[in-house]
Design a protein around this ligand. Structure first.
Ligand code: FPP
Length: 244
């Protein structure tokens, strides 16, 4: 049952839109690639901080379905950063008992990258500390579409009765099936939009928009966002508990 009216604790699931790498670099007269590189450092700091704070799930938007439209050189650079991150960081994350999960479309990805994803997921499958969910080639509308296709197939095969399709059934067919919905969504970089991120899952999520660019993100900004979250009155569509 939802604990209406009480102070929020540490959010169980934090989702982040890591925005502003390019602008951060440009402001410093550096190429955008420099911002992305520093973005990976911020990502490492954030994973450590989230684990230390006892957050259960951290979902990071690393590359959207729409990011393929960026200049080819930037797409190549981002893919290489991700490959390098998996090659160099997965062993350490595994030692720290972090479970790695990747969400987003896998069809059409280069086979080597798919293999890397599968190996990282398999290696860390039994880990019980932080769940680090990396959204790659992710778009919420595409994810919902895939879920609808799977459900429609099951209906056609007679495995699901349409009358039994509930929000929980739909949620379980999303890439995030089995994970709790985000309690807190943070977007850095000053923009205030969702950009096709976790649209279904964010029905009751608290949003915190920060003006700082992603490469500046650290434990203290994460704490500040969590303090803001803790000051919010979450009612989940209900009413606040009456005081006598
Ligand atoms: C937004 O900055 C950031 C991204 C599109 C990608 C985020 C990527 C990283 C943090 C590094 C790579 C990730 C992994 C998992 C190794 P932007 O380029 O949109 O910045 P701008 O809005 O200032 O142009």
């Amino acid at each position: 049952m939802t604990d209406l009216g009480s102070r929020n604790g540490v959010p169980r699931h934090v989702a982040i839109i890591m925005d502003g790498n390019g602008r951060w670099a440009t402001r410093r007269g550096k190429p955008r690639s420099f911002g992305h590189r520093q973005g990976v450092e911020a990502l490492r700091r954030t994973v450590r901080a989230a684990a230390d704070m006892g957050i259960d799930v951290l979902t990071l938007y690393s590359f959207s379905s729409e990011n393929w439209s960026r200049p080819q050189s930037e797409v190549r650079f981002l893919l290489e950063l991700l490959r390098r991150f998996i090659r160099t960081d997965v062993a350490e994350l595994h030692k720290s008992n972090v479970r790695i999960m990747i969400i987003g479309g896998r069809d059409g990805l280069e086979p080597a990258l798919r293999t890397m994803f599968e190996e990282a997921e398999t290696l860390t499958r039994e880990n019980t500390a932080l769940k680090l969910v990396i959204a790659f080639n992710y778009g919420s509308r595409q994810e919902i579409t895939r879920a609808v296709q799977i459900i429609a197939r099951k209906v056609a095969e007679g495995k699901i009765d349409p009358a039994d399709i509930t929000p929980a059934v739909i949620g379980n067919h999303l890439d995030t099936g089995g994970l709790p919905d985000p309690d807190l969504l943070i977007r850095t970089g000053g923009e205030q939009r969702l950009s096709n991120y976790l649209l279904w899952q964010c029905a009751y999520t608290e949003f915190v928009f920060l003006p700082e660019y992603w490469p500046e993100f650290d434990a203290s900004l994460l704490s500040r966002a969590i303090e803001e979250f803790q000051s919010r009155d979450r009612r989940f569509g209900g009413v606040k508990a009456q005081t006598a």
